[in-house]
Structure formats: structure tokens, C-alpha cells
Design a protein around this ligand. Structure first.
Ligand code: MEV
Length: 449
């Protein structure tokens, strides 16, 4: 290759690397540091500082993905005292954003004193599609599907044998004509139960086998042969949109017991309900409102080794299922009771994938008493509801900056490497002064004069 790449202001002249994945970890680092970082030994040190000294454990982590050169830590924390359907649980959370765990813990305690959280799984059906092109006769392909459906189902009997033993497997295959939306576009819409596994691999393996059988059977079908027009499989993949895999969580309590942050129960709950109404009608607010919910959800999803991107994608799509992106939570006051709830789709697992491999994930799941996937769905929904409660509770009373600034100040003080005495004075001073990096730095500078 003669191509020469010129990189912005450093004007580094580089050849593309070949065989990067085949290099050892040290070779990868050497190549990176010499090519992009002026052979800076400090960079190598940073990367290696995060290697685990237990070689076996490090190898395990290296193997999760390709081209691993180090580990990227996120805090693993606990929000204790969650009373869910009568059981008291500490919830493990992995997140980089300060205040999320404190907010979850405060909310857990608040609701512990008011009856706790109730949660229930509404449904657990997952789905995937074989997407098909066909430009022949509508009736012919529909008839072909009806005649071939049992063969398609039989073709995965070996693949779904174990899943079936555990009460799961393929539920149904539906043929959908989508030609109104896109010319020549049909689908095999397949539904599944995967029990305690997230089931992505299982579903995708089934779909690919069904697609193969569909295509090979079609080659022998008389109507297609006579017209010389055959269906073609475009792709086969599970869907992360899972509105039939739903969980609901709720809290409720008499309004007069809801006094908080210096506000009486009636004023607080009325403003709270109003905040939800706003999130229901105003997309700009709904996105931030739901982002706060995802603070809780993602943190538990990560701590329990699940796929937060699929959960995010599915939940946000669900938030716009009726055509407008809206709040995932609902609140109302009924006969003197404040009722606050969430309903979200969650396709997650407690067996398979990282759950069997990552020691901290195993630890997190054992803290949660090794829940079934259904139980974990309930816990995750509660974490989302709790996070939303914490955010709205602050927003409609004191504002969120009060709590955030405490953590912000602590982070700035850590950055400035202050002594314990300096920290204590700063905490007192910044109780009623605005926290910015420069105001804190100036304050510490004055102290040190
Ligand atoms: C910040 O991470 C989340 C909030 O913005 C959520 C909300 O506004 O509801 C506080």
C-alpha cells in the first residue's frame, strides 16, 4: 500500500497497520505508542497500571472482546434497602455519573418507610424476523408459507431441544406481507420464549436455520419454478424492539405522608404529577426525563452483565410506540393516594453470556439472590422508577444542583489533591457559594497562602 495518511496538526505520516489483531498485547501497545504517542513511556504505564496482576483474570477480560490492550474501570456500587415485593435487596450499580447511586439509595430508604416497591412481569415474549424479497405473486408466496410452515418449525427441532426442555423455544412463525411499506418486502415474524437467557444467540441461530430452510424449500416449489420467480432472504436477525416482553413497577402512598425537602405532601405530589404531565407532552423534556430513568436502568443492566445498548434501543422505541416520544413513567393522585409507576420492555438474562464469565457480574447476581430473568426485570424496572422519583423529587423541590454540587465539589477537591483540613473548610464555605472549578481552586489557593 502506498497510501500515506496525514493526520491533522501533528502531520504524522503513517502506513496502515496490517495483522494488528495477530500482534501480542505488548506488540499492539508498542505499535500504538510509537506510531501515535511519540514513544511516550508514561502512556504505556497508564495502560499497564490497569492490568490485573492476576494473570488468569486478566486473560479472561482480554478474551471478552478483540484487540484488548487494557481494562477500563467503572465504579461498582451498591444502593441498599430496596424493598421489592416484600424482599429487601441491595442493588448493584455500575455507572460513572456521580449522584446516581446516592439518589437510588435515598429513594430506596424513602419508599422503605412507605411500603416499598411492587413489580410484576406482564409478558416475556421475544421476537426476530427473516426479511424477504419477493417480486412474484402474493398468493403464491402466502400459500408456499402455509404449506412449508411445519417444515420450517421442524428444521430447528435440534437447535431448540434444550430450550424446549426448560419450557422455552419457538412460539410461532407468522408470515407478514409488508409490501405496502416497501415493494417486494415480506417477513417471517418469529416469536420465542428464552426463559432465563437473554437468548440473542439462540434466536439468531433459529432464524438463520429457518431462513435457510425457507430458501431451499422455495427452490423446489412448483409455482415459483413455473414463474421463475423465487423469494430471496435479505437477512435474519432478532429484534431489540420487545413490546411483548414487558415489566411494570409501582409505588403508592397517601399524599399526606409524602412531605419532603420542606414541602408538604399535597404541594409536592401535585407538582410531581405536573412534571410527569409535562414529560408526556413535551419531547424535549421527555428525553431528559427518560435519560434519568436510564441512569438507574443501565447501571443495573451493566452490573448484571446484560446488553445496555439493546435495552436502551428497545426502551426508547417503546417510549414512542404511540407515535410521539413520551414519558416512560406515569403518576396520578387517586382518592388521596399518590401512585407512581413505570412500564418498560426488557429482554435480559441471568444465565449465559457475561453472567457466567465475569466475576463481578456473578457477585452482583448472587447479591440479588441469583434471580430468574423475570425477577431481574422487576429489579431493573424498580431501579428506573426509583431514579426518576429521585430526579423529580429534587427538580420540583430544591432543584438538582444542590445534590450534584456536593459530588462536584468532592471531585474537584480530589483533583486538587487537598488535605483533610482544606477539604473540611471547603465543604463549609461552599455550602452557600457557587461551585465552579475556578472558584474552588481560588479558595484552596487562598487557604494555602
Ligand atoms: C441527569 O443525569 C438526569 C436528570 O436530568 C433527569 C431528569 O431531568 O429527570 C436529572
Amino acid at each position: 500500500l502506498n497510501t500515506i495518511f496525514v493526520f491533522y496538526k501533528f502531520q504524522i505520516m503513517l502506513q496502515p497497520v496490517s495483522g494488528f489483531s495477530k500482534k501480542t498485547k505488548d506488540e499492539k501497545i508498542d505499535w500504538l505508542v510509537s506510531s501515535y504517542l511519540n514513544d511516550d513511556s508514561a502512556s504505556k504505564k497508564i495502560l499497564k497500571q490497569y492490568w490485573n496482576h492476576n494473570e488468569k483474570l486478566q486473560k479472561l477480560h482480554d478474551g471478552f472482546i478483540e484487540n484488548t490492550i487494557s481494562n477500563y474501570y467503572l465504579p461498582f456500587a451498591i444502593a441498599p434497602n430496596f424493598l421489592i415485593n416484600g424482599a429487601l435487596l441491595p442493588i448493584p450499580m455500575v455507572i460513572e455519573e456521580s449522584s446516581v447511586v446516592a439518589a437510588a439509595s435515598n429513594t430506596a430508604k424513602y419508599w422503605l418507610e412507605r411500603g416499598g416497591f411492587k413489580a410484576e412481569v406482564i409478558s416475556t415474549t421475544k421476537n426476530g424476523q427473516v426479511h424477504i424479497n419477493f417480486y412474484g405473486d402474493d398468493v403464491a408466496i402466502q400459500t408456499f408459507f402455509s404449506e412449508t410452515k411445519s417444515t420450517l418449525i421442524k428444521s430447528i427441532s435440534e437447535i431448540e431441544k434444550n430450550m424446549k426442555k426448560r419450557g422455552g423455544g419457538l412460539l410461532d412463525i407468522e408470515f407478514i406481507n409488508t409490501t405496502n411499506a416497501l415493494e417486494g418486502y415480506y417477513q417471517l415474524h418469529c416469536t420465542f420464549k428464552t426463559n432465563d437467557a437473554m437468548g440473542a444467540n439462540f434466536i439468531n441461530t433459529c432464524l438463520e436455520e429457518i431462513a435457510k430452510t425457507f430458501e431451499s424449500s422455495s427452490k423446489l416449489y412448483a409455482d415459483f419454478i413455473s414463474e421463475n420467480e423465487f423469494p430471496e432472504v435479505v437477512m435474519s436477525i432478532l429484534s431489540n424492539y420487545v413490546p411483548e416482553c414487558l415489566v411494570r413497577a409501582q409505588v403508592s402512598c397517601p399524599v399526606e405522608k409524602m412531605a419532603t425537602n420542606g414541602m408538604d405532601g399535597k404541594t409536592f405530589t401535585t407538582k410531581f404529577v405536573r412534571a410527569i404531565e409535562i414529560a408526556k407532552v413535551e419531547k424535549r423534556r421527555a428525553v431528559t426525563h427518560n435519560k434519568g430513568i436510564m441512569n438507574g436502568i443501565d447501571a443495573v443492566i451493566l452490573a448484571t452483565g446484560n446488553d445496555f445498548r439493546s435495552v436502551e434501543a428497545g426502551i426508547h422505541a417503546y417510549a414512542s410506540k404511540d407515535g410521539n416520544y413520551t414519558s416512560l413513567t406515569d403518576a396520578k393522585i387517586e382518592q388521596g393516594n399518590f401512585i407512581f409507576s413505570i412500564e418498560i420492555p426488557l429482554a435480559i438474562g441471568t444465565i449465559g453470556g457475561l453472567t457466567a464469565l465475569h466475576p463481578l457480574v456473578k457477585f452482583g447476581l448472587s447479591l440479588l439472590q441469583n434471580p430468574s430473568a423475570k425477577k431481574l426485570m422487576e429489579i431493573v424496572a424498580v431501579a428506573g422508577l426509583a431514579q426518576n422519583f429521585a430526579a423529580l423529587r429534587s427538580l420540583v423541590t430544591t432543584g438538582i444542583q444542590k445534590g450534584h454540587m456536593k459530588m462536584h465539589l468532592a471531585n474537584i477537591l480530589n483533583y486538587l489533591e487537598v488535605t483533610q483540613a482544606e477539604r473540611e473548610q471547603a465543604v463549609v464555605y461552599f455550602k452557600d457559594h457557587a461551585v465552579t472549578h475556578s472558584s474552588v481552586a481560588n479558595f484552596i489557593k487562598q487557604l494555602r497562602k
